[in-house]
Each structure stands twice: as structure tokens, then as C-alpha cells.
Ligand binder design. Structure first.
Ligand code: HEC
Length: 116
């Protein structure tokens, strides 16, 4: 039976395919961003999720968004130029490095494929 030998090979090939787009990030470090996304995934990780605070609101999808747009949006929340209570509080806790890493992760094709 050849199957048990094939499974690790297929898994290895898949993980290489999944990791490759992460290396092609612009500016930030997508792998580092993936580790930081736990504080975002509660809202942005759920397809079609709606927040109930401060109002019922559709959470925009980040996966596949352009990294520069994500950084710009996060900076605008932090400065208050863009106003949304929960995103403002979250962006305020992020450094520029965090923003770049998260943007690189969400802008990567791996995040797009995961539809998050
Ligand atoms: C409490 C739920 C919640 C959490 C947690 C959260 N977000 Fe958001 N996020 C939202 C909502 C709701 C919006 C839409 C707000 C608006 O209309 O301006 C949003 C908007 C955004 C936008 C703008 C998207 C666009 O298309 O304009 C970005 C970028 C973003 N969030 C990034 C993040 C990142 C990065 C994290 C983690 C560090 C995070 N968010 C955590 C709820 C959340």
C-alpha cells in the first residue's frame, strides 16, 4: 500500500504552496502578521460576520485587500480621521510595524485563499 507514504509528501507540498505567498509580502512581514492576527480574527475572520457594537455593522473582509490600503485604514483609525469605536481602540494599540505585518498578511494570497 503506497498511500501512507504519499500523504506526508502531499502535506509537505501543500505547506510549501501555502508559505510561498507569505514571503512575497510588501514591506511588512506576513508570517509575523499571521501571528498577530488573533486580535483581529474574532471579527474579521468570520465570513459574513456582523458586529453588534456600537451598532449592527458588517465587518469588511480583509483577506486579499491591498496592504497599502490596510495600513492607510489602520492609521486613519488610530489618528481618528476615520471613526469607528472598536477599530479605533484596536488601531491605537498597534505600532507601525504591527500594521505593516498585519497588512502584509491580509494582503497575501494565502489570506485571500482562506477568505478571511
Ligand atoms: C470588534 C470587532 C473588530 C476587531 C477585533 C477588529 N476589527 Fe477591523 N473592523 C471592524 C469593523 C466593524 C470595521 C468597519 C468599520 C468602519 O466602517 O469604518 C473594521 C474595519 C477595518 C479595516 C478597514 C477595512 C476597509 O475595507 O475599509 C481594517 C483595515 C481593519 N478593520 C483591520 C483590522 C485589524 C488589522 C484588526 C486586528 C489588529 C482588526 N481590524 C480588528 C471590526 C473589528
Amino acid at each position: 500500500m503506497k498511500l501512507p507514504k504519499l500523504i506526508p509528501a502531499v502535506l509537505a507540498a501543500m505547506s510549501v504552496a501555502a508559505a510561498a505567498p507569505l514571503l512575497a509580502a510588501e514591506g511588512g512581514d506576513a508570517a509575523a502578521g499571521e501571528k498577530k492576527k488573533s486580535m483581529c480574527a474574532g471579527c474579521h475572520g468570520i465570513p459574513g460576520y456582523h458586529t453588534v457594537f456600537p451598532e449592527v455593522y458588517k465587518v469588511p473582509k480583509l483577506g486579499g485587500q491591498h496592504p497599502a490600503y490596510i495600513v492607510q485604514a489602520l492609521k486613519a483609525y488610530k489618528s481618528g480621521a476615520r471613526d469607528h469605536a472598536s477599530m479605533r481602540a484596536i488601531a491605537a494599540s498597534l505600532s507601525e510595524r504591527d500594521m505593516a505585518d498585519l497588512a502584509a498578511y491580509y494582503g497575501s494570497s494565502a489570506a485571500k485563499a482562506a477568505a478571511k
